[in-house]
Design a protein around this ligand. Structure first.
Ligand SMILES: [Fe+2]
Length: 136
């Protein structure tokens, strides 16, 4: 099984949709490295690779919200921070216990589930707001 972005996740802003696809690719690379029994270094690397991209993607969305005066910015940012914190916890677990079955389940269900529901609800609400703004 693979973690993959699918078209039901389209939000309608190509730049954001591309970033979401990249996030799913990196999430899948992380899952594959854990499940495939790769070296500690490789798992550490794929997790760092995901964290780095999540950080830059969230920063891009938050900059857009700030630039357009989005009233839901604080709540949206709090969700991003929760995901970033989850990645920190996951990394601590990986360092302590290695690539366990519990780590696989957390990546496969928790992180993926979080991302999907965040895109469905929270990112879509942002896009609805942006699309209703008068064109400048
Ligand atoms: Fe977001």
């Amino acid at each position: 099984m693979t973690i993959a972005w699918d078209p039901t996740l389209v939000v309608g802003i190509p730049e954001i949709d591309e970033q979401h696809q990249e996030l799913f690719r990196r999430l899948d690379a992380l899952l594959e490295s854990i499940r495939g029994g790769r070296s500690r270094d490789e798992v550490a690397h794929t997790l760092a690779f995901l964290r780095e991209y999540a950080r830059s993607h969230f920063a891009a969305e938050e900059a857009l919200m700030a630039a357009r005066g989005y009233p839901g910015l604080a709540d949206h940012r709090a969700e991003h921070e929760a995901f970033a914190a989850e990645l920190v916890t996951l990394d601590a677990e990986r360092q302590r216990d290695g690539a366990t079955a519990s780590l696989i389940i957390r990546v496969n269900t928790q992180l993926t589930g979080w991302l999907r529901s965040h895109i469905y609800r929270t990112d879509r609400a942002l896009v609805t707001f942006l699309q209703a703004l008068p064109r400048s």
